[in-house]
Design a protein around this ligand. Structure first.
Ligand code: THU
Length: 134
């Protein structure tokens, strides 16, 4: 698979996932697209509710969907918003992406076509994970 094409496909999928965002409180729609090691793309959007604190980010929705479908290995994730400054994953999502996906590539994009590549280990240095429990 040509990597630049898969990047475009992930961004397009994440961008389309924003349409389903349940973001009545923040009005900030986020879309995510997670690429599994078998080449499948699982998308997610942010889901808010009246308690605010039980909001689930788009990244975690995509990750929970993928895990509950039996996927266990992942290559990269794309995150798309319409913010002029690209939206990085929040701390909670960085932790969960690290634990379930490892040092994956994080592709950030916005609706004007701005794109950046990041590596999760750079966004989450010195992480706590299962190895810390031994
Ligand atoms: N949000 C995400 O879905 N992903 C991120 O990477 C950052 C924040 C959501 C949570 C909330 O619904 C809205 O964006 C505003 O914080």
């Amino acid at each position: 698979m040509d990597p630049s094409n898969i990047d475009d496909l992930l961004i397009q999928t994440a961008s389309q996932a924003r349409r389903f965002a349940v973001a009545d409180f923040s009005d900030f729609a986020v879309g995510a697209a997670l690429l599994t090691s078998s080449g499948q793309i699982i998308h997610g959007c942010n889901i808010e509710n009246a308690t605010y604190g039980l909001t689930v980010c788009a990244e975690r929705v995509a990750l929970w969907k993928a895990l509950s479908d039996g996927h266990r290995e992942f290559r990269q994730i794309a995150i798309v918003t319409d913010a002029p400054t690209l939206t990085p994953p929040c701390g909670a999502c960085r932790q969960l992406l690290w634990e379930f996906c490892g040092d994956m590539k994080i592709l950030l994009a916005n609706t004007t076509g701005l794109v950046q590549n990041h590596q999760l280990s750079i966004l989450l240095p010195f992480p706590f994970d299962r190895r810390s429990l031994t």
